[in-house]
Design a binder for this molecule. Structure first.
Ligand code: ZN
Length: 248
């Protein structure tokens, strides 16, 4: 079975549509999303509607949770975006409000299947823990993380794609020619971000899982359209648009 694993859409409709087209062009119908459907971007309602319809499994991300409850630990720009997102979600003039709230409210923080665990943040703290490349130097932390993984975890949250292995190596997608075979060692796979990549590549990022092979996909999308929507919304900082150009 071929599956697409996407994450961190962040209300970026143009990126989401481009990625879904790329997924469809490969005949893939199973899509898992690791959360943060909303936050930062200008199209939260549209992204939730698409995700609700197209995705087999959808997890809760920290921005999704903050839109439901009170944001904690966010910088002021992210927090303002959360409050703006909530306003859109609570707008009674846009139909389907109850269904959207029910959908967000029903999202699990973790999904286990076979030898895999799917989370937004980390296998130890599914919602909020960031695992960055430099964490490979922290032996105890890596041991703690890998102790929670049967064979492989899929995660997002940092918006930086790459493969962490049990022997404390990190490989960016380019270093492994966009492909990694699971099996020998436990692995944590960061699938990157659809709607706000931060590895200095502006293209949307996601992963295809087929048997024991994962393949990273990069997809160009018209980010100038997204930026053009963000700029006039005062609650969304201009920087949230500008960073899409550079993928940072
Ligand atoms: Zn995110």
């Amino acid at each position: 079975m071929k599956r697409a694993i996407i994450s961190d859409i962040h209300s970026n409709l143009e990126a989401l549509e481009a990625v879904l087209n790329d997924i469809e062009s490969q005949g893939i119908t199973e899509i898992y999303s690791l959360g943060d459907t909303v936050g930062y971007g200008p199209n939260p309602i549209e992204c939730i509607e698409i995700i609700r319809k197209k995705v087999t499994i959808c997890l809760l991300g920290n921005h999704d949770q903050a839109s439901l409850f009170d944001p904690e630990g966010f910088n002021s720009s992210a927090e303002r975006a959360i409050f703006w997102t909530r306003e859109q979600l609570e707008n009674p003039k846009i139909t389907g409000m109850d269904e959207r709230w029910d959908f967000l409210n029903s999202l699990p923080k973790i999904h286990r299947e076979d030898d895999f665990v799917f989370v937004h943040g980390s296998p130890k703290n599914p919602l909020n823990e960031y695992v960055f490349q430099e964490d490979i130097y922290n032996e105890r932390r890596m041991e703690r993380l890998f102790s929670a993984i049967p064979m492989c975890s899929f995660q997002g949250h940092t918006h930086v794609p790459g493969v962490f292995t049990e022997d404390r190596e990190f490989y960016s997608p380019n270093e492994i020619n966009m492909r990694y075979t699971l099996g020998e060692k436990k692995a944590m796979i960061n699938v990157g971000s659809v709607g706000q990549p931060r590895d200095r590549d502006s293209r949307a990022c996601y992963v295809v899982l087929e048997d024991d092979t994962i393949t990273y996909r990069r997809v160009e999308y018209p980010f100038e359209i997204t930026i053009g929507k963000i700029t006039p919304i005062i609650e969304l900082d201009n920087y949230l648009g500008q960073r899409l150009r550079e993928g940072k």
